[in-house]
Design a protein around this ligand. Structure first.
Ligand code: GDP
Ligand code: IMO
Ligand code: MG
Length: 420
């Protein structure tokens, strides 16, 4: 049986914290897509940690963590992260496993990402520059190097072939950068990677399931960044949705049980692309300040706005979400008035569907106003104690999206969560 936790907006919904919270109920936590573009923040013993490649179950001694075949893996980031995790007393050789089918991000992928963004100029995607797009292009283009190849004696030949191909592309971009330092780090990190548990991921996970073990699949990014259903072309290069769990781990759709969708109580986006409810005013600034909305991977300020129920209903539909987790509700404690977007005005018509290309139409968000609760909720533990205004806000969202909000997160700490 596989449960899923994934993002319902444009990423950074607080998935890391939520996975860490639920991980003790599971035997296995698995990342199924994305790469080091992800930044999942956890507080372990009060200490802040950001994970980019390792699943967020790693801090629980009895949980096995697996990096699935659908992930793109940067060995340098992985090595750095393993060192951090080890400093917490975690033995990655005991509870971290990597699928041999996982694709490797090489230094020239990062260079190509940068070159591509530079060429796009004003219309750049706002990529994290971690090499994600080029790495997935080599996967679908059938050129990639995979973790299992590391154990092959022809690995270096394979690497050089790929690097030469990339060099031609970089020449076309007229992109010049000395990547020799990156390459040195990369080869060092490969040596380390070879010492980790490299397994046949699909057998590994299906054997766990057959033994009655419980698996939690951890999404990265968010549904509005999905390569198919997001705000293309301002998206990432993987399927971030629940269907991605099957292809990214090698499990059958029949195994998927609960799908927990994570949304903030408001909305953020980092990078370029459409964002109908964005607030480019003092209220947006206030959300950014109170919510500490700065990227966990790049440090960039996140764009902020009100919650968008048109998009949220859409993302619940695409994923078959069975329960919603609402994070950062405490950030709204300070606001006297709140708004939720219930429809889009497009060319004079009122729509409740996400259009084909959000960036090609002018969207006028239609709002419903709510009274804020204006009390500090961060220490609350019981649903019965939550302010009535928060309950009305949540109830309205439940009714609109047709999926129940089952948990409210009221602070970044592990214990700051209220079950409804
Ligand atoms: P992820 O990528 O979905 O894991 O989310 P990030 O870690 O990128 O961003 C979420 C940020 O919000 C992190 O700094 C978390 O520590 C923080 N956070 C998570 N849940 C809450 C919450 O309920 N309240 C507050 N105030 N912060 C939260
Ligand atoms: P987590 O898992 C927020 C955004 C980038 C950019 C676009 C494409 O922490 O929620 P990419 O590097 O994938 O080519 O960038 O996607 N993006 C994210 N935004 N959270 C993330 O991950 C993101 N990963 C990528 O900002 O707009
Ligand atoms: Mg993040």
């Amino acid at each position: 049986m596989v449960d899923v936790i994934l993002g319902l907006q444009w990423g950074d919904e607080g998935k890391g914290k939520i996975v860490d919270y639920f991980a003790p109920n599971y035997d296995v936590v698995a990342r199924f897509q994305g790469g080091p573009n992800a930044g999942h923040t956890l507080y372990v013993g009060g200490k802040k940690t950001v994970l980019h490649q390792i699943p967020s179950g790693i801090f629980h001694q009895n949980t096995v963590n697996i990096i699935g075949n659908g992930v793109v893996l940067d060995p340098v980031t992985l090595k750095r992260e393993c060192d951090i995790v080890a400093s917490f007393g975690i033995d990655v050789r005991k509870n971290l496993f990597i699928s041999e089918r996982t694709n490797i991000i090489v230094p020239t992928h990062r260079a190509l990402d940068k070159a591509s963004e530079l060429q796009k100029g004003e219309s750049k995607i706002g990529s994290t520059l971690k090499g994600i797009g080029p790495a997935y292009m080599d996967k679908t283009g059938r050129n990639a190097i995979r973790v299992g190849d590391l154990l092959d004696k022809n690995f270096t030949t394979q690497y050089i072939k790929l690097r030469l191909k990339h060099q031609k592309l970089l020449d076309n971009f007229h992109f010049i950068e000395d990547i020799s330092a990156w390459e040195e780090e990369f080869f060092e990190a490969l040596e380390f990677l070879r010492t980790l548990n490299i397994v046949n991921g699909e057998y590994f996970i299906n054997n766990q399931i057959a033994q009655g073990k419980k698996v939690l699949a951890e999404g990265a990014q968010g549904t509005m960044l999905d390569i198919d259903f997001g705000t293309f072309p301002f998206v990432t290069s993987s399927n971030t949705i629940s269907a991605g769990v099957c292809t990214g781990l090698g499990v059958s759709p029949k195994q998927i049980n609960e799908v927990l969708g994570v949304t903030k109580a408001y909305c953020t986006r980092v990078g370029s692309g459409p964002f109908p409810t964005e607030l480019e005013d003092a209220t947006g600034e206030e959300l950014r300040k109170i919510g500490s909305e700065f990227g966990a991977t790049t440090g960039r300020p996140r764009r902020c706005g009100w919650i968008d129920l048109v998009a949220l209903k859409y993302t619940c539909m695409i994923n078959g979400v069975t329960q919603v987790v609402m994070t950062k509700a405490d950030v709204l404690d300070a606001f006297e008035d709140l708004k939720v977007c219930t429809a889009y005005g497009i060319n004079g018509a009122i729509k409740q569907e996400v259009p084909f290309q959000m960036n090609k139409v002018a969207i006028e968000p239609q709002y419903q106003n709510f009274k804020g609760w204006n009390i500090d909720t961060t220490a609350m533990k019981e649903a019965a104690n939550l302010p009535a205004e928060m309950s009305s806000y949540i109830q309205f969202i439940n009714q609109y999206i047709g999926v129940p909000v089952k948990y409210v997160s009221n602070g970044p700490g592990r214990e700051q969560i209220v079950a409804l």
